[in-house]
Design a protein around this ligand. Structure first.
Ligand SMILES: Cc1ncc(COP(=O)(O)O)c(C=O)c1O
Length: 433
């Protein structure tokens, strides 16, 4: 089947031919791939071309595609009915599993996506504190709920403008935007909005402006500021949860959050999200408390079976984290030495199995710096790598995900291709950047 013909058909019935914008490959100026299947570290398009996959469904496939334990677990439950809209044992098991693994979480509520988890967590923070305003960070993505589709108005950090049509100014005004890794920008917002801030939401490792690690002590200072101002700290662990280590960013950085949000990774590839926190906060959620939140498909039996299987494999085989870290480190070191050898200006950031390769010579530690990247060059790099059979994120501002199924051979092949592609790009630009 012709990919382009399918794309044309898709465009007639879906906005941009896709069900989520970045899949349209607009940022890299080409038509999207249509995927038919995946296994381990590889995905295949509808013409059966094989690609080494570093998108990993944007994070959840930490064990690689088609993991036998997950498939088996789904097959075990699928004959018993697909949805009941009533409590099941697996929901209790999932709750017990997460609260036993993750420090500081007493209770959890399952939802269907990361967006829904964040939207609910924000409502909970507001309901619990009886305050309206939320601080977020420029360049952090928290899904597409209205209050998170907001960025700073130029110059004045207190003035927020909607990032999307359809978000009202009223909503935008309750979202304040600070600068990632700049604690003084947060302090300023707390001072200017004394007694009004319900919470601060952050990606503990920013993974939606490329990959940007938190500076040393930044998260600790954020915790202190929230305590000082009686505001809640919300870690959006949709990407970092169960990925940086089994306990996510709270364990990795030893910083306690009040509310934590999860997404895709706890569904093993099925549509899942969750939010959790201390008992006294979570008891504000209906039917116990006055913060309303519900979902027909929440805790869906098939999704729970997949998620439990994935989390159990991770919990019982901690060496998985050592392996994916080692593989990611090899990639990081490889990219750095290729760049050094070729005198190619790139910045490589890595935390655990998350890697960001920025086409800039600057050290990237916030959104302003991420934006210094040459996105045209990234688009060329992406397209050449794709031709070599390496499937990277179709945008400079996304992470590269390494999974347990990536082998040493995969990593070496990726680096060989990167060396060839970056060499060609260097020659194309005659060394001028
Ligand atoms: C940190 C973060 N939060 C929230 C979301 C939204 O999750 P979903 O796409 O499942 O709605 C994402 C999506 O990638 C994310 O990276």
């Amino acid at each position: 089947m012709d990919l382009n013909v399918l794309y044309e058909r898709g465009k007639k019935v879906m906005p941009g031919g896709v069900n989520s914008p970045v899949r349209a490959f607009k940022a890299v100026g080409t038509n999207p791939l249509f995927i038919s299947k995946a296994n381990g570290s590889k995905i295949y398009d509808i013409d059966n071309n094989e690609y080494l996959d570093y998108v990993c469904s944007w994070g959840p496939m930490i064990l690689g595609h088609n993991h036998p334990k997950i498939v088996e677990s789904i097959m075990d439950v699928i004959h018993n009915g697909l949805s009941f809209g009533a409590p099941t044992e697996n929901e209790v098991l999932m709750g017990e599993l997460i609260t036993s693994i993750v420090p500081y979480i007493d209770m959890i509520r399952m939802v269907n996506s990361g967006t829904e988890a964040v939207m609910s967590a924000i409502r909970l923070a507001r309901g619990y504190t009886k305050r309206d305003k939320i601080i977020k960070f420029e360049g952090c993505y928290h899904g597409h709920c209205d209050s998170m589709l907001v960025k700073a108005g130029s110059g004045a950090l207190t003035l927020s403008t909607p990032d999307s049509l359809g978000v009202t100014e009223g909503t935008a005004n309750d979202t304040l935007v600070a600068v990632y890794n700049d604690i003084s920008s947060v302090e300023k917002l707390f001072t200017q909005n004394e007694g009004q801030i319900a919470g601060v939401i952050i990606e503990p490792v920013a993974a939606n402006m490329g990959v940007v690690p938190p500076r040393k002590e930044f998260l600790e200072k954020l915790r202190e500021l929230c305590d000082k101002n009686n505001a809640l700290l919300i870690f959006d662990e949709v990407i970092t949860g169960f990925r940086l280590c089994i306990g996510g960013a709270q364990e990795f950085y030893n910083v306690k959050a009040d509310i934590v949000t999860y997404g895709k990774i706890i569904g093993g590839g099925m549509p899942v999200g969750a939010y959790g926190g201390r008992r006294e906060i979570m008891e504000c959620v209906s039917p116990l408390g006055g913060v309303y939140q519900a979902g027909t498909l929440s805790g869906n039996p098939v999704a729970m079976a997949a998620g439990i299987a994935q989390l159990k494999v991770l919990k019982e085989n901690r060496e998985i984290y050592d392996k994916i870290d080692t593989m990611a480190k090899k990639l990081e070191n490889g990219f750095k030495s290729i760049a050094e050898e070729l005198k190619f200006p790139i910045c490589v950031n890595r935390v655990g199995s998350l890697i960001g390769v920025f086409f800039t010579k600057e050290k990237v530690d916030n959104f302003e710096m991420a934006k210094t990247s040459n996105t045209e060059l990234y688009a060329k790099y992406f397209n050449y790598m794709l031709k070599e059979g390496i499937y990277l994120a179709p945008s400079q501002f996304e992470a590269m995900f390494v999974s347990y199924s990536h082998t040493e051979e995969d990593i070496l092949r990726t680096l060989d291709c990167a060396k060839k592609v970056l060499g060609n790009l260097y020659n194309l630009r005659k060394g001028v950047f």
